[in-house]
Design a protein around this ligand. Structure first.
Ligand SMILES: *[C@@H]1O[C@H](CO)[C@@H](O)[C@H](O)[C@H]1NC(C)=O
Length: 210
């Protein structure tokens, strides 16, 4: 269960903007349907203020995000596109979806799009498949992702066992700078890392303490 939402969080939006979430790598790897303009366009409203947004020029439908919504709730509401598509059509929301903003329209369909069906608990994805949303803080060095659905299925121990990884490995890749011998939780409705060349550590991050 995702117990919180960062819709409207200015501090987090700033970090998303700095991370440049535009999914350029997707374009060569997948048949590209969305046609993205090179620059963002100002969207202004009384509720949202002014934000510069990038939307596909072939977008066929938009939806105004409501307060308290997450990528998961928007995807579940329509059930006709994936969170990865939502990110590709609205790149500033970022891979973690923290850039989703209340009262700002998101593109929810482009011409020629075919829905691949919903993502299910236990699904795995490669980096090239651009899984979205990612758990915040997940290692960039991830070679395989696993999905835990909004009901918490499969459980984290089940997912680890199915992929032959230890608690310490999972913690090192997903909950950085925390004691990796603890039983941390995965975020329900998010993708987490289940394969990485990074060796398991005890979780200490000396460079972070400076
Ligand atoms: C999803 O459903 C909404 C509402 O019916 C529609 O406006 C939108 O175009 C659909 N998107 C896709 C990708 O089919």
């Amino acid at each position: 269960m995702v117990a919180f939402s960062f819709v409207g969080s200015i501090a987090l939006l700033a970090s998303v903007a700095a991370a440049s979430p535009f999914p350029a790598e997707a374009h060569d790897l997948m048949a590209r349907q969305e046609q993205m303009p090179g620059e963002c366009t100002d969207y202004c409203s009384v509720s949202a203020g002014c934000v510069c947004i990038t939307r596909p020029t072939n977008c066929v439908a938009t939806y105004i995000v409501q307060a308290g919504e997450s990528c998961g709730s928007v995807v579940d509401h329509f059930n006709n596109f994936t969170a990865t598509d939502l990110y590709k059509w609205n790149p500033e929301i970022g891979r973690e979806c923290f850039g989703l903003r209340a009262y700002v329209p998101v593109c929810i369909g482009v011409t020629g799009y075919t829905y691949p069906g919903p993502v299910k608990g236990g699904d795995v994805a490669t980096p090239e498949e651009l899984p979205v949303p990612l758990m915040y803080g997940i290692t960039k060095d991830c070679t395989k992702y696993g999905f835990i659905d909004e009901h918490g299925s499969p459980t984290l121990p089940t997912l680890r066992e199915a992929n032959g990884i230890s608690k310490q490995q999972w913690n090192t890749w997903n909950i950085p700078c925390r004691d990796s011998n603890e039983e941390w939780s995965a975020w329900a409705g998010y993708w987490n890392c289940i394969e990485s060349p990074l060796p398991a550590t005890d979780g200490t991050c000396p460079e972070e303490s400076a």
